[in-house]
Ligand binder design. Structure first.
Ligand SMILES: [Zn+2]
Length: 233
């Protein structure tokens, strides 16, 4: 199993504010949840590799950052995603899960959604895995009294492309999950999904996920989904 905690180091990801005014960063939450999920899976006897285990971006170099070293450039962002893919492939993992949190202009927008890439040779397995992740998380939320919107599972080819360095704006996939591009991107070689577990731009959801109990609920749901996918749960 390969776990990818989204963002890290100078790449904070989404930044939200709780109802009490506490700032919460996507990079901090993704790491906490990935580490907790890894512990649960290891306790169940599974091998787990992670892209990162602290607040850094392993594998990045000075030239991946802007001149003042304050942020990744689009090219550096692509190099970082390639590094995550390379480590996932090198781990020999059967499946990869990337953990993220969402953000939107309207703070009233919330919910959970999970992506897979429908263009890959193993798209059917990826879709099955994405469905297990989404269903297990929504069921855990419901069982604990949260009426968070279920935004479902989506093929990442329906997303508007972001500008990732040499991939430009014509690559309509999530880089981590998508197909290869000759001389520009070597793809991941296992089924995979990316969860946007909640919206940090929604103060209600930012407040909820800032609680250790909620983080534990999410980690347990992810571990359960992974075990079900691998047929060991
Ligand atoms: Zn993210």
């Amino acid at each position: 199993m390969f776990l990818d905690p989204g963002h890290g180091g100078l790449d904070t990801g989404a930044v939200g504010t709780t109802m009490n005014g506490n700032v919460v960063m996507e990079k901090t939450l993704t790491l906490a949840i990935a580490l907790r999920t890894a512990t649960l899976l290891r306790n169940a006897g599974l091998n787990v590799a992670l892209y990162r285990t602290d607040d850094s971006l392993p594998g990045t170099v000075r030239s991946d950052y802007t001149a003042d070293q304050s942020a990744l450039t689009p090219k550096g962002l692509l190099a970082n995603l390639q590094n995550r893919i390379d480590r996932a492939n090198a781990s020999g993992a059967r499946v990869m899960l990337s953990i993220h949190f969402n953000a939107f202009d309207d703070p009233a927008v919330g919910g959970s959604e999970t992506y897979y890439d429908g263009a890959r040779p193993f798209a059917t397995q990826s879709e099955r895995f994405a469905n297990l992740v989404q269903e297990t998380w929504i069921a855990a939320l419901r069982a604990n009294g949260y009426d968070t919107p279920d935004r479902g599972v989506a093929d990442d080819q329906d997303l508007v492309a972001e500008d990732y360095g040499t991939l430009g704006v014509f690559y309509h996939h999530l880089v981590l999950l998508g197909p290869p591009v000759p001389n520009r991107l070597q793809a991941s070689n296992m089924p995979s999904a990316l969860i946007e577990a909640l919206f940090l731009s929604d103060p209600v959801e930012a407040t909820a996920i800032n609680q250790p109990t909620m983080q534990d609920l999410l980690a347990r749901a992810l571990a359960r989904a992974i075990e079900r996918y691998l047929g060991v749960g």
